[in-house]
Design a protein around this ligand. Structure first.
Ligand code: CO
Ligand code: CO
Ligand code: CO
Length: 304
């Protein structure tokens, strides 16, 4: 517990450890079946980010039974079960409470080899940083709530958030990966900052290579930026050195809180082109090499 990571690890034997995490939230899309799928993809993601394999899960449900039709809950749970089946995770129980605000998520247990745990902070100088999903889901979700998103973009972002990080996690196992995390509430820069805060290394980001959902630029320019993005900026701004020519809208996207975002993978430099090629071949969304670990300046992120 001294170093917060994506999930907790408990060693059972020399070649088996349990990896455990819990995550739940309020609906981010209107469709209950898809909300169930997204909540499960999001909860499993922390296991994948550690390099683990999720095995069992328990439902966590808060439901306003007096105001809402039980059919809504049934659809959410069905979406969740279908996503767990896809991930080959067994639902072994759960717990529900009555609450004014609907919430759904999972407590997850997975397996991991004790020597192959991928923590957030084990980056090495010259490691290359790969990102497996485009950014902008928080901004798009804000536009959906404002009724400004088209059906097409709603569908795109729903599928994106419901996509498991499983394949990316399986592929990275066979390459010399040193560290990994999944991009969620703190946004890309917030999670990167966690990886290097008060450390002896820094990060250089190649801004033009960062995969972004194109519509999120438009919406961010209209001011549809979630409050979390401003909090993320305020919290970590002092660690980040932006190119002065950079558009403020672009930096909003780098701080945008993501739901069920992609994996940020730090891989040894010589293996990076091969891992990148393999990920691009197998994944449905644009994968990019977006930056690298540098010796100087220490504890800082340079975006240019
Ligand atoms: Co995480
Ligand atoms: Co989490
Ligand atoms: Co109980």
């Amino acid at each position: 517990m001294e170093k917060a990571d994506d999930a907790g690890v408990y060693k059972v034997t020399d070649d088996l450890a349990l990896v455990q995490t819990v995550d739940f939230f309020t609906p981010i899309v209107n469709d209950p079946y898809w909300f169930g799928q997204i909540a499960v993809a999001n909860a499993l993601s922390d296991i994948y980010a550690m390099g683990g394999v999720p095995k069992t899960a328990m439902n966590l449900v808060a439901f306003p039974a007096k105001e809402m039709d039980l059919r809504v809950l049934r659809l959410i749970l069905q979406g969740g079960i279908d996503k767990m089946r896809e991930a080959e995770v067994v639902l072994v129980g759960g717990h529900s409470v009555e609450d004014r605000e609907l919430k759904y998520g999972l407590a997850v247990t997975g397996f991991i080899h004790p020597q192959r745990v991928l923590t957030k902070r084990s980056l090495l100088v010259s490691d290359q940083l790969l990102l497996t999903k485009p950014l902008g889901t928080g901004i798009i979700n804000t536009a959906i709530k404002a009724g400004l998103a088209t059906d097409k973009i709603v569908e795109y972002v729903t599928q994106l958030m419901a996509t498991l990080n499983r394949q990316a996690a399986e592929i990275m196992q066979i390459y010399p990966v040193h560290a990994c995390t999944d991009i969620t509430g703190f946004g890309l820069l917030g999670h990167m900052a966690e990886m290097i805060a008060n450390s002896e290394i820094g990060i250089e980001i190649f801004a033009e290579r960062i995969p972004i959902i194109p519509e999120s630029i438009e919406f961010a320019a209209m001011g549809l930026v979630p409050g979390g993005a401003y909090k993320n900026r305020e919290f970590r701004e002092n660690m980040i050195d932006f190119d002065p020519a950079m558009d403020k809208v672009f930096s909003d996207i780098l701080f945008d809180p993501q739901t069920s975002g992609g994996l940020l993978i730090a891989v040894a430099k010589e293996a990076a082109p091969y891992l990148l090629e393999k990920l691009r071949e197998k994944l449905d969304y644009p994968v990019q090499l977006i930056g690298q670990v540098v010796a100087e300046p220490k504890g800082k992120i340079i975006v240019h």
